[in-house]
Design a protein around this ligand. Structure first.
Ligand code: GLV
Ligand code: MN
Ligand code: MN
Length: 454
């Protein structure tokens, strides 16, 4: 599909890329003439690259990329490095009881803060750009403002959220979820594979878990929240668009399921007398895929692992743990799909002689971006001479949690070949610099808007 329409300053194009509708201003008539010099850049790309490369040493894997799980020693070391950068940028540092790191730069007026940043934890064998670009890009914005002696009306706060990925406790966007009030003390007893609870880890992060609720940020106490991030999908890269303006972030619901059968001798138990939990779980995995594929739209469903017990070649698995994760911009669709999946799991159970029980372990509602923040990003990109596309985010982000208490916007930069959560994850230094420049300009635009609101 390809539709052209005239806007006051540009001819814009709607293009369908895969299943995603992108509103692309690439090819719009540029506001400046061809001969005009490129707009000045405020941020320092080499300086930013230097810090990103240094951060990628924390948890670096031999095959490339990083393993820097939230609540691990290596993440703790990386946090110390990032706090050092914040200090050098003259930010006033505060760590809240959920371990979220805030670095504050004072404003000239008594106004709510503009908050921007991301996370520095990764998935196992993940990339070095997911989260890190937005976290260190935010600090670069502060350094650039310091270089230019720019005073803002609003206080500015750089944030590094705790444990955004959450693979080992099953909770994504943990720090921002606590700050937004979506998560509370009920998460503290969750145990990771190392046997330590979240409460234990928060103590290691120097926090008192009993005060977790103090990490809540009151609704209305932030002027806006902005997150710079790599797209983690192919849309910008394939269409050669420099900046993505995020329309909204998908919701995610995750269940931990346990299929229980009977462990027995693999050599002596006849095939028709088995209660094989892994056979049932394997059928369930395919059920998830079938149900999710049966609806039209961009919804996705994943079974990310299976842990079979006792896990020996000569024993029929007696128990299998596996997660089910469903994502979509429409929370009702997630519920509808889950209903169908449960009915099909029950059928598998009765046919395989197994019992499967699932409990919700993560529930993140979809979040829409604020139209005025989107406009600020659009204008920031236009003045920087960069092309833009409007698109949804299929990945979860901390900004989605904070959208429940403050106007939210996200800036995406292209991901090479659309690869993320893998060692090959890469965004070019130019694209990262573009995104950071847009973040810089967005912050200043929002700072100048009336009444401390975008
Ligand atoms: C986080 O990156 C997620 O979408 O799982
Ligand atoms: Mn991620
Ligand atoms: Mn991320």
């Amino acid at each position: 599909m390809r539709i052209s329409r005239k806007l006051p300053t540009a001819t814009c194009v709607l293009v369908a890329v895969g299943a995603t509708l992108l509103v692309i201003t690439l090819g719009c008539k540029p506001a400046r003439s061809e001969a005009a010099p490129a707009p000045a850049r405020h941020i320092n790309s080499e300086r930013l690259q230097g810090t990103l490369e240094k951060l990628s040493e924390f948890g670096r894997n031999p095959e490339g990329g990083v393993t820097r799980l939230g609540f691990s020693q290596v993440e703790l070391d990386a946090r110390a490095y990032v706090m050092g950068l914040m200090k050098e940028a003259a930010l006033e540092i505060r760590v809240d009881p959920a371990g979220n790191i805030f670095g504050r730069r004072a404003g000239s007026e008594k106004l709510p803060a503009l908050l921007f940043g991301s996370h520095i934890d990764s998935v196992p064998k993940g990339g070095a750009f997911d989260g890190s670009v937005g976290s260190l890009g935010a600090i670069e914005v502060i350094r650039a403002l310091n270089d230019g002696h720019v005073k803002t009306r609003h206080p500015l706060e750089v944030v590094v959220w705790t444990n955004e990925e959450g693979p080992h406790f099953g909770v994504s966007a943990l720090g921002s979820g606590v700050a937004a009030g979506s998560l509370g003390p009920e998460i503290l007893d969750r145990k990771g594979e190392d046997g330590l609870t979240l409460a234990d880890w928060l103590r290691r992060y120097g926090q008192d878990p009993a005060h977790l609720a103090d990490a809540r940020i009151a609704r209305g106490s932030l002027a806006a929240v902005i997150e710079l991030h790599i797209e983690q999908g192919p849309n910008l890269y394939e269409t050669k668009v420099q900046i993505g303006i995020v329309q909204g972030i998908v919701g995610l619901k995750r269940w931990r399921c346990v299929a229980t059968g009977v462990a027995n001798h693999a050599g002596t138990t006849p095939m028709n007398r088995r209660k094989d939990a892994l056979a049932a779980a394997a059928r369930d995995l395919l059920v998830v895929r079938e149900v999710v594929r049966a609806e039209s739209g961009r919804q996705v469903g994943t079974v990310g692992y299976m842990k079979a017990e006792p896990g020996a070649a000569n024993v029929i698995p007696g128990q299998v743990e596996f997660p089910v994760e469903l994502r979509d911009l429409d929370a009702a669709k997630i519920e509808r799909m889950w209903e169908l999946i449960q009915q099909r799991f029950a059928k598998t159970d009765s046919e395989e002689g197994v019992e499967t029980k699932c409990v919700v372990i993560n529930d993140i509602a979809p979040a829409l971006s604020d139209p005025s923040v989107q406009n600020a990003i659009r204008e920031a990109a236009r003045t920087a001479g960069l092309s833009t596309a409007d698109l949804p985010s299929g990945a979860v982000h901390d900004a989605g949690e904070i959208a429940r208490i403050a106007p939210m916007g996200m800036i995406f930069v292209p991901s090479r070949d659309g690869i993320s959560h893998a060692p090959q994850e890469f965004s070019s230094w130019d694209d990262i610099a573009n995104g950071t420049e847009v973040l810089y300009r967005t912050i200043l635009r929002l700072d100048q808007s009336k009444a401390g609101r975008p």
